[in-house]
Design a protein around this ligand. Structure first.
Ligand code: NAD
Length: 251
């Protein structure tokens, strides 16, 4: 049955940024698809834990602006659920400032969370996949700004363009081990990441007018792609970043 290929029964996933927004939606979708989920978040993922229950969801509280927490994330996952099969690098931040004044702090903070920790967490999880010997799935949350320049967000664009690049690099190196590395590029989604943008009436109207689907996306819109790329249904998909954008990129 083709739908069986989409099942995540018996799988264990790590999802970063599990307390809110797109990450919370992915945690819920994975549990619905049969997986156990370790959510990593800076602040407690209380709402997500209540929604999913202790038997399905375990929260590791960690600040991903530093790579120091990486061993703990992997060790806690193995301790709680015995293995790891899926990693979703979803945690991310954005800083908006005119490029002419853009500060080093706004550069470093974004690059650390959105790119540096993502790479080294992915490396640590891939080592665990190799130890387990049964492959694995890595899904990097990219952006429209993996393809486009954006405005007033140079560190975010740099990080998300690089994420799409290393998604291909890692796929090239690890596909032979049965590790699928892919990305999802969400379009303009109504979460706290875009709150500031949605409050700017002019920018918000411009953005909406360009989305062929005629609306901002929601966390639920991402769930199908996230389950597909975590499941056996995508075993021959490698190094690709899938846009879930209401048609924005094709416009
Ligand atoms: P959000 O602000 O609601 O969620 C961001 C998540 O990242 C939160 O769970 C937060 O706890 C986590 N996080 C941030 N810094 C962290 C740190 N130092 N340590 C641990 N966790 C940290 O925004 P969202 O829209 O749900 O964003 C999720 C991902 O999707 C991000 O990578 C974002 O760049 C990306 N994205 C969002 C949109 C959009 O329109 N909302 C579009 C494209 C890409």
């Amino acid at each position: 049955m083709i739908l069986d290929a989409f099942s995540l029964k018996g799988k264990v996933a790590i999802v970063t940024g599990s307390n809110t927004g797109l990450g919370q939606g992915i945690c819920r979708a994975y549990v619905e698809a049969g997986a156990k989920v370790v959510g990593v978040s800076r602040r407690p993922s209380t709402e997500t834990a209540e929604m999913l229950g202790d038997e399905n969801f375990y929260n590791v509280i960690a600040d991903l602006s530093s790579c120091d927490v990486i061993p703990t994330v992997v060790e806690e996952t193995i301790k709680r659920f015995g293995r790891v099969d899926i990693l979703v690098n979803n945690a991310g931040i954005i800083k908006r400032q005119d490029s002419i004044e853009f500060s080093e702090e706004n550069w470093d903070s974004v690059i650390n969370v959105n790119l540096k920790t993502v790479f080294f967490l992915t490396q640590a999880v891939a080592k665990q996949f190799l130890t387990q010997g049964s492959g694995g799935k890595i899904i990097n949350i990219a952006s429209m700004l993996s393809y486009q320049g954006g405005i007033r967000v140079p560190s975010y664009t740099a990080s998300k363009s690089a994420i799409r690049g290393i998604t291909m690099t890692l796929a090239n190196e690890w596909a032979k081990y049965g590790i699928n590395v892919n990305g999802i590029a969400p379009g303009y989604m109504a979460t706290s990441n875009t709150q500031q943008l949605r409050q700017d009436e002019e920018r918000s109207a411009d953005i909406l007018a360009r989305i062929p689907a005629g609306r901002w996306g929601t966390p639920a819109d991402l769930e199908g792609a996230a389950v597909f790329l975590a499941s056996a249904a995508s075993d021959y998909v490698n190094g690709f970043t899938l846009a879930v954008d209401g048609g924005w990129l094709g416009r």
